[in-house]
Design a protein around this ligand. Sequence first.
Ligand SMILES: C[S@@+](CC[C@H](N)C(=O)[O-])C[C@H]1O[C@@H](n2cnc3c(N)ncnc32)[C@H](O)[C@@H]1O
Length: 148
Amino acid sequence: MKTVSLFDRPVEIRDTEAKGRGVFALEPLPAHTCIEVSPVLLFEKDQYANHGQYTILNEYTYVWSNGRQGLALGLGSMFNHDRCPNVYWKKDEPNRCISYFTLREVSPCEELCISYGEHLWFDDGSTSDHNHHDPSEEESSFLQNLLL
Ligand SMILES: C[S@@+](CC[C@H](N)C(=O)[O-])C[C@H]1O[C@@H](n2cnc3c(N)ncnc32)[C@H](O)[C@@H]1O
């Protein structure tokens, strides 16, 4: 009988030089491929304010509703930041999960990165990466529609 690993997917986690671990493509991924659906562990507002924010969790959590913070389990916490991301994410609050999709076609060995936004708490080590590019018109309009 064939067994299918939970991690049997076209990406893997690798160490990087400047950013710790990251997620890398193992094969070409077309635009808008769903790479991951991460279940989210929620921290209540007070719990996070009193404890979580003073721990390593503060480098990993996503803002959730009602002042809560969510930790993406699985691959979701392994995506590094890039100012020109090739991955976008969508929260599904009712189902307590976050889905991650490629923004454009991704080549094998390319690192899969999301954007953490403007306010970074680390020196951005992504500037020398090869996957920097200006977003195409298609990517820009796709992102624009997501934000509407
Ligand atoms: C959500 S974690 C990403 C996974 C992390 N690299 C690991 O090994 O656990 C966020 C942390 O990764 C590192 N990181 C992410 N993007 C980076 C970047 N562009 N430059 C440098 N460090 C980065 C920072 O230490 C940040 O606090």
